[in-house]
Write a protein that binds this ligand. Structure first.
Ligand code: SAH
Length: 218
């Protein structure tokens, strides 16, 4: 196991290349997204015991009952976001910080909110280690968004909400776009666009995320 981990750490780009080849086959066409995934050390965003699975196309546990999202989902959501002109983005559900790291390499300014303080702290450290300084993270409740930094050109929610949070709709810039999984048992990924006071919703497909929890911060 230790030797295998060392091999992955030393050769992560080779393994990440294999992963991006797979993502391409699965329909990810945005070259910037693919090359960013290829250059990002996903193994640094998880417990050491799981590093040997870091470049598999699967979600993995990161503690506190949470998961690092599946690479295909990260790529899909990022690609959807980049179809629009996004310079300032809010992410809800920092988790490991992996999706945040991908966004930070593609978008000028990224804000990210996480409900579990331990995860937020770890993610912040990882992002700093990777010299990603255009990110601000915060321990808080994603249902509230981050109003003092709003409006956002894009909002990406990486946990499933039982309904679209009103505060997030309000913090979206005119012309802005939100990528959000909605539902409990049955979840659907939506792209929501704001046009003044009107919101237009496009259904992308069925997905599976941990819930966007309502209530006390941990
Ligand atoms: N993008 C992350 C996904 C983590 S899973 C990654 O790839 O690692 C979703 C995250 O949303 C979890 O860390 C969970 O704690 C967080 N979350 C759930 N409810 C939340 C809320 N109300 N506010 C902020 N974060 C929340």
């Amino acid at each position: 196991m230790v030797n295998e981990n060392l091999m992955i750490m030393n050769n992560f780009q080779g393994m990440a290349k294999r992963l991006t080849t797979l993502l391409k086959q699965q329909g990810i066409a945005n070259d910037a997204v693919l090359s960013t995934i290829e250059q990002t050390p996903r193994h640094k965003f998880m417990p050491e015991s799981l590093v040997h699975k870091a470049y598999e196309n699967t979600a993995l546990p990161i503690g506190n009952g949470q998961t690092i999202s599946q690479p295909l989902m990260v790529a899909t959501m990022t690609q959807l976001l980049l179809q629009h002109d996004c310079h300032k983005v809010l992410e809800i559900g920092t988790g490991s910080g992996y999706q945040t790291a991908i966004l930070a390499q593609l978008i000028d300014k990224v804000y990210s909110v996480e409900r579990i303080s331990h995860l937020q702290y770890q993610a912040k450290r990882r992002l700093k280690q990777l010299d990603l300084h255009n990110v601000m993270t915060r321990h808080g409740d994603g249902w509230e968004g981050w109003s003092s930094k709003s409006p956002f050109d894009g909002i990406i929610v990486t946990a499933a909400a039982k309904e679209v949070p009103q505060r997030l709709l309000e913090q979206l810039a005119d012309g802005g776009v939100m990528i959000i999984p909605v539902g409990t048992e049955q979840q659907t990924l939506y792209v929501i666009r704001r046009f003044g006071d009107d919101y237009e919703q496009q259904r992308i497909g069925d997905v599976r995320f941990v819930p966007l929890v309502q209530g006390a911060l941990l």
